[in-house]
Design a protein around this ligand. Structure first.
Ligand code: NAD
Ligand SMILES: O=C(O)C1=N[C@H](C(=O)O)CCC1
Length: 233
């Protein structure tokens, strides 16, 4: 595949390594002003840029009929607009807050646990995420997906950064510690005990591999997909 990288920071560089090892070609490493690049020979665009640039990057590619994989977090208030554009243009798009296989398994465990815990009124849930100090957004996209997974199966209706103010809010704590690639922990606490599940990334390889696998999987398809579709879980 001929890949355009939209963003060539920590993730763009990791994706390049994995793409080259799987015999793909990087045709662009875009760091700004996407409109100046020629997309004629591009099979797929992989966007790991910054929250303020993701929407323009993604919509530009959809307008040009280029399939887009996006892992950028912190722009999701415009997700529905992207879906509508993709449907209008018969385009191809995948967003995932986290592309790693391990975290996608963890998402399933989170839903399963939330279903069981929804029967037990004595437990309160909290989410903690830890990332490196260069991260621009908080809470992480992954923590938001985890909160959404809990809300689907419980009486919680919102998430709240730091301290919850109402009983129907899931509190999310975001910690920033140098060099941490990404750790997420969900804890249910009662007066009697606590139950936790945790995912800890050791490096960025899992995120990058998942994005390249998604780019390979999406070739020849049209529509809006998720990592659940890619991994068939
Ligand atoms: N979904 C996942 O699995 C996953 C995993 C890791 C990181 N992320 C997210 O991916 C994003 C990138 O993470 P990172 O650690 O590589 O960040 P980074 O800061 O290292 O890289 C971002 C890059 O985007 C570039 N950039 C700035 N404006 C741009 C524009 N208009 N167009 C294209 N590129 C532009 C910057 O120059 C920088 O090189 C973040 O939002 C992060 O939360 C997602
Ligand atoms: O390093 C980051 O930034 C990460 N962002 C994603 C998120 O916000 O969930 C995934 C983990 C790493």
């Amino acid at each position: 595949m001929n890949i355009a990288l939209l963003g060539y920071g920590r993730m763009g560089k990791e994706i390049e390594k994995i793409a080259l090892s799987r015999e793909h070609t990087i045709v662009h490493k875009i760091q700004g002003n996407i409109t100046t690049y020629d997309f004629t020979n591009v099979d797929v665009a992989i966007d790991f840029s910054i929250p303020t640039a993701a929407f323009e990057n993604i919509t530009h590619c959809i307008q040009q009929q280029i399939p887009v994989i996006s892992g950028t977090t912190g722009w999701l208030e415009k997700y529905d607009e992207v879906v509508a554009l993709c449907e209008e243009k018969n385009g191809t798009f995948i967003y995932a807050s986290n592309f790693s296989l391990g975290v996608n398994i963890f998402f399933e465990m989170n839903s399963y646990l939330a279903k069981m815990m929804s029967q037990l009124e004595d437990y309160n849930v909290t989410i903690e995420e830890i990332h490196h100090t260069k991260k621009l957004d908080a809470p992480s996209g992954t923590a938001i997906t985890l909160a959404e997974g809990i809300m689907q199966h419980s009486n919680y209706n919102h998430w709240k950064l730091d301290k919850a103010e109402n009983d129907d809010e899931i509190p999310i704590t975001a910690k920033r510690i140098p060099e941490v690639p990404g750790t997420h922990e969900i804890t249910y606490t009662s007066a009697i005990d606590s139950i936790s599940i945790k995912h800890e990334a050791h490096n960025r390889q899992g995120f990058a591999l998942g994005a390249v696998v998604a780019a390979e999987w999406i070739q020849g398809k049209t529509g809006v997909f998720s990592m659940k579709d890619v991994l068939n879980i």
